[in-house]
Design a protein around this ligand. Structure first.
Ligand code: NAD
Length: 378
């Protein structure tokens, strides 16, 4: 069985779907690994490391020659159409927003797996790329804020006077938010956080943050995810958060509701109510934004209401890709662990009785198997 690893084509993408480590693991199961030259360059893995690990480096990956294709970003329709009949693909696929690719995959009779659809059960944690990449993003966003803040994060007591610690507010305390809290704490900031899932209060405390309790309906849905707040509750949440936002030197937003646009938590007025020099980093910028006016990939200077200066509003883009080495280390492991479920005695065995295999699969045998995507295509 041949596994192909392409060089990622999307602009700005620096990660790779296999590292020399996972190549060793996969080659050990009897796979022949073909990797496109330069695929690991941006994440710190030169071709020779792959060769040493047992892969064959090819100048250009012939998509039609591989049985399995592992990737980071969703495939483009052209690549999907070039797959051999019955090939398997594994990677981040966002099927509901990549309909032309889904159509090409079904036309090619491919069996495609989206890492985003891996069920979040204990057994599948080692395959959970949403969590591994959210961890990277949560860490990174604090560093992005820290370098833009014209102040220290930690408390300093010096001969020249005392510098108070920065106040950091994190909105949305899922995987990325908790990591942001931990990172800001390690840098010495005073950290507060809010989430609409009641269970998150203990998690925030365990990372060293102070949970802000708001007098709101709770909004926990199946699988430990949030559900969307009613429009009244959303307005009320923004009102209740405003004074906390105004007091913060750094605001980090990570709120998401599966399958929906990111909830708007912070209006322009709220940003303008912050002190001059404050920094806002919106991790949800690419999915609609938690902060009004955010633009993915850009820093915007928002004038403060008191005329004293401006707040820097950062629309974070591809934060995991900015830390391509460790992001790839974790991502490649997620891919290899999912593939391991499908490999037996050097052969590919797809067991759709397995809830992880069945849950992650979105096309098979010419059919779309992911309900929401199928609905969009019908
Ligand atoms: P996510 O990326 O979907 O959302 C991020 C956070 O935003 C969530 O905590 C959510 O509650 C919060 N949020 C949504 N609307 C909000 C609002 N209006 N105000 C404030 N916060 C809001 O979530 P995630 O990071 O993927 O994690 C979601 C849940 O899944 C968590 O309970 C997490 O512990 C759980 N989880 C379980 C596993 C597993 O068991 N394998 C793995 C990962 C995560």
């Amino acid at each position: 069985v041949k596994l192909g690893i392409p060089r990622e084509r999307r602009e700005g993408e620096r990660r790779v779907a296999a590292t020399p480590d996972t190549v060793k693991q996969l080659a050990g199961t009897g796979l022949k690994v073909l990797i496109e030259a330069g695929a690991g360059d941006a994440s710190g893995h030169p071709d020779r490391d792959y060769t040493e690990a047992g892969a064959v480096v090819v100048p250009q990956l012939d998509i039609s020659a591989v049985d399995i294709l592992a990737h980071v970003r969703p495939l483009d329709p052209h690549t999907a159409a070039a797959l051999k009949r019955g090939a398997v693909t594994v990677g981040l696929a966002s099927p509901a927003s990549e309909l032309p690719t889904v159509q090409a995959l079904t036309a090619a009779g491919a069996t495609s797996f989206a890492l985003e659809l891996v069920p979040r059960i204990s057994r599948a944690q080692s395959m959970d790329a949403l969590s591994s990449q959210a961890l990277v993003a949560g860490y990174r966003c604090v560093l992005e804020a820290a370098i833009r803040l014209p102040r220290f994060f930690p408390l300093y007591m010096t001969a020249a006077g005392t510098v108070p610690p920065a106040r950091v507010l994190v909105l949305g305390a899922g995987v990325a938010g908790l990591q942001a809290i931990g990172t800001a704490k390690r840098l010495g900031a005073r950290v507060a956080a809010n989430d609409i899932r009641p269970a998150s209060a203990d998690e925030v405390a365990s990372m060293g943050g102070t949970f802000i309790r708001l007098d709101l309906e709770t909004a926990e849905a199946a699988g430990g995810y949030a559900r969307q707040l009613s429009s009244d509750a959303g307005t009320r949440q923004r009102q209740l958060l405003a004074p906390h936002v105004a007091q913060s030197d750094v605001l980090i937003t990570t709120a998401a509701v599966p399958g929906r646009r990111a909830p708007l938590l912070v209006t322009r007025d709220m940003v303008q109510g912050m002190r001059a020099g404050s920094v806002v980093v919106d991790l949800a910028a690419e999915s609609g934004g938690n902060v009004e006016g955010v633009v993915p990939g850009e820093d915007i200077a928002v004038p403060t209401a008191d005329g004293a200066g401006h707040v820097t509003l950062v629309g974070l883009k591809d934060p995991a890709s900015a830390m391509a080495s460790d992001a790839s280390r974790l991502y490649a492991k997620n891919v290899a662990n999912l593939l391991a479920l499908m490999l037996r005695d050097g052969g590919l065995v797809l067991d759709f009785e397995d809830e992880v295999v069945a849950g992650a699969c979105f096309t098979h045998d010419g059919e779309v198997r992911h309900g929401p995507t199928a609905d969009l295509l019908s």
